[in-house]
Write a protein that binds this ligand. Structure first.
Ligand SMILES: C[S@@+](CC[C@H](N)C(=O)[O-])C[C@H]1O[C@@H](n2cnc3c(N)ncnc32)[C@H](O)[C@@H]1O
Length: 292
């Protein structure tokens, strides 16, 4: 079978036959394009206009091997070692969460807010808590070169990935290995203008409804929180912000759609104001900002 010449069309058919019981049509089409783009450098247009071209046997084998891995529910981003975020490529492996679209929306919100403020050209200090692949920190630094970014994670392996991505994108970020739940008070000599975090926020009890590719392959440290205290990270980071945010500084969170009202309430009780709850493109409560 491996020695048979393959075309984009025949590989595409193989992927659909092998994977349609696992992935919905739209997602599967997107995955197939990711494979052709990654292994062959083909755009969507190339896939259509060159659908009958014979593909080199080495690349045919690589694509077939990737299809086999996809059958085991391994996310395509881990198979190719790459995820796209805000039009930038990030190396990803099992130690980091695959960056999500709602996080791109959070980053976009922060960039728009900063750009709309008068002090834009001044130095801004930003800290990203739970940086994972570094997608938030690196995108902010790459887009707004006048910001100073600190990125924190409890996982040394995640920080290794984030550093690799920072080097790849030629961005200078200060990385710190720290557990935000253990020491939530003063960490640094300077205060921050912006604190951003996409912390773990899925309740353990929701494991049965999480898709297999997430549950089996993405790091649980990045995903789950105990059912008895699902807002543990928000409470810690809000306490951290009371000490480490400059007056007038802003806090941005990505949130679980279930907890918008509760997080707003905690922010208000802790004395933050100008609290804004935002929906993502899927109309779900996904982001909150507040001012100190
Ligand atoms: C939901 S992921 C977000 C990753 C990345 N910022 C993103 O948006 O794709 C949460 C991150 O928080 C980190 N984390 C988990 N517990 C932590 C803790 N106690 N202190 C600091 N970071 C923690 C995880 O290692 C993971 O990288």
């Amino acid at each position: 079978m491996l020695s048979e010449p393959s075309t984009v069309k025949s590989l595409s058919k193989l992927a659909k036959d092998s994977l349609s019981s696992i992935y919905q049509e739209r997602e599967l089409n997107a995955i197939i394009f990711i494979l052709f783009e990654h292994y062959l450098g083909f755009s969507k247009k190339d896939c259509i206009s060159r659908s009958d071209d014979l593909i080199d046997i080495n690349y045919t084998q690589k694509i077939k091997y990737a299809i086999q891995k996809l059958q085991y529910h391994i996310p395509v981003q881990y198979i190719i070692g790459k995820a796209n975020f805000y039009d930038l490529d990030f190396y990803v492996d099992k130690n980091v969460l695959i960056p999500r679209m709602e996080t791109e929306e959070l980053v976009n919100w922060i960039i728009k807010d900063i750009n709309s403020q008068k002090k834009t050209k001044n130095q801004l200090n930003i800290i990203d808590i739970g940086t994972g692949s570094g997608c938030i920190s690196i995108t902010l630094k790459k887009t707004l070169d006048f910001v100073d970014v600190t990125a924190v994670d409890v996982s040394e392996m995640a920080l290794k990935v984030a550093k690799r991505n920072a080097d790849f994108h030629n961005t200078k970020i200060k990385f710190i290995n720290h557990n935000i739940l253990f020491d939530k008070l003063k960490l640094y000599s300077e205060k921050f203008d912006i604190i951003v975090s996409n912390p773990p926020y899925i309740e353990e009890k929701d494991k049965p409804i999480i898709s297999k590719n997430v549950l089996k392959f993405e790091p649980h440290l990045a995903l789950f929180v105990p059912d008895y205290d699902p807002l543990v990270f928000y409470k810690s980071i809000i306490d951290f912000s009371l000490v480490n945010l400059k007056k007038g500084g802003k806090l941005y969170f990505e949130i679980n759609e279930k907890f918008g009202t509760e997080i707003k309430k905690i922010l208000k009780e802790k004395g933050l104001y100008n609290i804004i709850l935002r929906k993502d493109l899927n109309e779900k409560d996904r982001m909150v900002s507040a001012e100190l």
